[in-house]
Write a protein that binds this ligand. Structure first.
Ligand code: ADP
Length: 315
């Protein structure tokens, strides 16, 4: 069983437009509305693949109620704490040239009290559900506490030991603090831009990343995946490096591909697949998501077909 944590869920609107002009009226006939947030997207992906998934997080205000209604139709279980404020809206505009413009609200504040309540829920659920193999902590949080996720890793290890794999899909200062803290996550998945920001190097191409796979910030993280969009990814698993290339596809909407990738990793680990098979599922999930209008959504048919077209080379 997989447990996911989303401290900033969103009500997503995706607008597909012919053109998008700043300062002009832009019409959209076919908006896609869905519930998002990295952990929720990863939950949906892993649940579609067949894992039992429990999503944990927070919701606020009228948007929170709307999100809750949507969550009740998903194929995973949810526990979302109601907190003050308003859950965020996230708007993505995709024009025909595949330019992607995003407007994302900040979301309700996560106070230390809320963070502790969620942490307690993670620990209680994992202790009572003997089948939890993997905890995926995903996405931003509107918090003044830059150590929030670092503290989570320490508390989870103190309460649950090392038997459960903790995956983090974070960026910015929270990722840096997690990596410089005493308890490392089992897995991280920065994309190339996030990794670039993390190590303070302007990385553009996949090949630019290779020398930095031994960067000290990655020390003692067993499984590092640097995703590189249409170029696939690079991975370092227990000091073995992998170059992963993927076939070209007709992209519809790549938003949430990274979240689907994390869902695929969580699924592979939960199923105790080999590292190569887990990487194949992860890449296929990212691609399957990019083939859909919906965000954080994959189809089993596409995942199974794409999985066999992933090329993994040890480097
Ligand atoms: P994020 O969504 O976190 O920015 P990426 O853009 O690197 O992450 O995408 C994650 C994975 O999704 C990639 O490694 C790849 O498997 C798949 N993917 C993303 N964009 C594309 C694309 N344009 N074409 C094919 N696959 C893609």
């Amino acid at each position: 069983m997989i447990l996911t944590v989303t401290l900033n869920p969103s009500m997503d609107s995706i607008y597909f437009t012919d053109t998008f002009s700043i300062g002009a009226m832009n019409r959209c006939n076919n908006p896609v509305k869905a519930v998002g947030g990295k952990g929720i997207n990863a939950s949906r992906t892993a649940a579609i693949l067949g894992s039992r998934v429990q999503a944990i997080g927070v919701l606020a205000g009228e948007n929170g109620k709307l999100i809750q209604t949507h969550l009740e139709t998903e194929h995973f279980d949810s526990f979302f704490l109601t907190i003050p404020g308003e859950s965020r809206n996230a708007v993505t505009i995709m024009d025909q040239a595949k330019n992607q413009t995003e407007i994302v609200e900040l979301g309700p504040e996560i106070t230390d009290t809320t963070a502790k309540e969620i942490l307690q829920k993670i620990i209680t659920l994992t202790t009572s559900e003997k089948e939890v193999t993997t905890i995926a902590v995903c996405g931003s949080a509107n918090t003044k506490n830059e150590q929030l996720y670092k503290n989570y890793l320490e508390e989870i290890q103190a309460s649950l030991g090392n038997s459960i794999k903790v995956l983090t899909d974070l960026s910015g200062i929270q990722l840096k603090n997690v990596l410089t803290g005493p308890v490392k996550p089992y897995f991280i998945k920065p994309n190339i831009q996030e990794f670039s920001e993390l190590i303070g190097q302007p990385l553009k191409q996949k090949k630019d990343v290779i020398p930095y796979l031994s960067h000290e910030l990655l020390d003692n993280v067993p499984f590092v995946l640097i995703s590189c969009g249409s170029l696939g990814a690079l991975a370092r698993v227990n000091n073995q490096l992998f170059d992963i290339t993927i076939p070209q596809i007709e992209v519809v909407n790549p938003t949430g591909s990274g979240d689907a990738t994390v869902g695929g990793i969580a699924y592979g680990l939960d199923q105790h697949f080999s590292i190569e098979e887990t990487l194949r599922y992860a890449m296929a999930c990212g691609m399957s998501n990019a083939l859909e209008k919906k965000v954080g959504f994959v189809t089993m048919t596409n995942v199974l077909a794409l999985k066999n077209q992933i090329n993994i080379v040890k480097i």
